[in-house]
Design a binder for this molecule. Structure first.
Ligand code: HEM
Length: 154
């Protein structure tokens, strides 16, 4: 499947909406992750020790922003190059950090569902099957690159 200019524009447009309210959408993103997989709470250093998902927690925001932003970047690359190219060091780092924190393949599906639901809520009546598909494809490519690196680390 080719990733078109329109797909890229759709992803960028919705990321622009979300960027305007990072605290709210980061919190939503993590709340949905925990709704789908409550046990994931223990994986994140910033969630482990707290009773609830903390509003305005900088680390929580950082992970949410990175997942969204990197997915957005991979959308741009998919359109420009037809594949996702993450810097060698970055990819190695991503593989290592997730392996170290006990992340396994099915977790990527949970994060994907949370990502899509957050975007659905954020984009309101701009939400469409096409938008969902564009984010899914971009995320799947990025997740595959990280997962491949995690396997190499073992
Ligand atoms: C840490 C990105 C998916 C769990 C990180 C970091 C980055 C990152 C950049 C390092 C944070 C930092 O140094 O500030 C991504 C991207 C993902 C992804 C781009 C998907 C495309 C996942 C998934 C899980 C996960 C599926 C599992 C639920 C974690 C955990 C940490 C981490 C537990 C350590 C956070 C901490 O305790 O401080 N991730 N991640 N990530 N990630 Fe991900």
């Amino acid at each position: 499947m080719t990733f078109t200019e329109k797909d890229e524009a759709l992803v960028k447009e919705s990321w622009d909406i979300m960027k305007q309210n990072i605290p709210e959408y980061s919190l939503r993103f993590f709340s949905i992750i925990l709704e789908i997989a409550p046990a994931a709470k223990n994986m994140f250093s910033f969630l482990r020790d707290s009773e609830e998902v903390l509003q305005n927690n900088p680390k929580l925001k950082a992970h949410a922003v990175k997942v969204f932003k990197m997915t957005c970047e991979s959308a741009i690359q998919l359109r420009e190059k037809g594949e996702v190219v993450v810097g060698e060091t970055t990819l190695k780092y991503l593989g290592a950090i997730h392996l170290k924190n006990g992340v396994i393949d099915p977790h990527f599906e949970v994060v994907k569902q949370a990502l899509l639901r957050t975007i659905e809520e954020a984009s309101g009546d701009k939400w469409s099957e096409e938008l969902k598909c564009a984010w899914s494809v971009a995320y799947d490519h990025l997740a595959a690159a990280i997962k491949a690196e995690m396997k190499e680390e073992v």
